[in-house]
Design a protein. Sequence first.
Length: 495
Amino acid sequence: MLPTLIKDPVSVRRDVLASLVVFLVALPLCVGVAVASGVPAELGLITGIVGGLVVGAMPGSSLQVSGPAAGLTVLVFEAVQEFGLGVLGAIVLATGLAQIALGAVRFGRWFRAISVAVVQGMLAGIGLVLVFGQLYTMAGVKQPRSGVDKILGIPALIGDIATNRTALTAFAVGAGTIAVLVLWKKLPAKAQVLPGPLAAVALATAATALGGLDIANVRVKGLADAIQPPALNDLTTLGGIGVLGTVLAFTLIASAESLFSAAAVDRMHHGPRTHYDKELMAQGIGNTVCGILGALPMTAVIVRSSANVQAGAKTKLSRILHGAWLLLFAVLLPAAIGIIPLAALAGVLVHAGCKLVPFKEILPLWREHRGEAVILGTTAVAIVTTSMFEGVVLGLLLAVVKSAWESSTLHLDVREPAHGRIVVAVSGFATFLRLPRLLETLEALPQNRPIELDLSQVRHLDHACRAALENWAARHNGKGAEAVRVRHPEAVTAS
């Protein structure tokens, strides 16, 4: 692989520089996502390393970068709390195998058909739960488990921050981290060569150390000690309904986020386009390796991917090298992780969570596509109030119902051409969704007049409509009126 990537010295130089930029962006995010997920910080680095060295070398997308993602943080946290850290590895392993199978049967392209409103609602719900949850971590307070409790507990959290000096200090460090991230984009381009997340965490770490602040730091136990492959009894739990539901949620969300990210990255450059089935298989292989190592699940991450493209990357070498830099850092400088304040990482994730909520797009979407806005909002609220899996399933069901409703357009035209006959012309799609209107129109017709039902322009007639029309005609004929004449469609699909 590498010999084919190093033929052009100019491209190699650009890829090496880009890999350093991606490494600096990925480092605090890998650690932060792991801590927010309730697992050792090193597991986030392991997933980032696999995303670089394994997935980075595989076909699919050339420039997007994979690793632990904020979008799965809430689901991972819930899985660890409910099933334990050992079972997490089994869940990630099963997710990877499922992705490989889906890619092998060329299912990758179909993930592009998932409603954008559902994906945006999913990310918005994740972002809201992430933001409200990490506010507690910023203050050094244990966060409630459910999304509703996180929101309802905010007044008590504010009271803790106001009355507890340690909580106030930690929250100030987190808030300062967020302020740096927001203001960093307003600095000159030369200053922004250093990625904002790294700068914010570095400044927060320096301020904590120099000020002698007594707040919690990240716990470190070493890369080798953090690797815990799932045991046999962990694998046997995959037969449970709850675990299988979590695997399905991981597979759906990780695959959709990766392939949507690939579509976005393709719009950023003019190089080779993504092969979606191969990319899905690459993500599956990466998650399989992560599952074997007991690490976090991975997806393609748009933040790291866009940083890679903007830094001038030309080939896969940049993302492979970013994994190598993460590995070297984890092996040679593990103690550096232990001086990072938890409040600073929580601040990074609060900022990341806010970016998952499409604030600027909601109002225009409501004006132009109100149904899509309802799906987005309902999915987000359902995720916050119930769970990730239930919220996404509800969003998908709403999207299907909306599409079915909009596609089943039905037009009715009632006219009296001559001789007292009434002609009811039906056109479009006659499905059960339109039965109430269809039957109301027919039942309102006079009982003592001859009626002709013209179905020649019906494009689709489902079984429910066919049975309802036959029953209506039988009732009408049974009252002594002239039999209903039906002009059947010449070619119509029925179900």
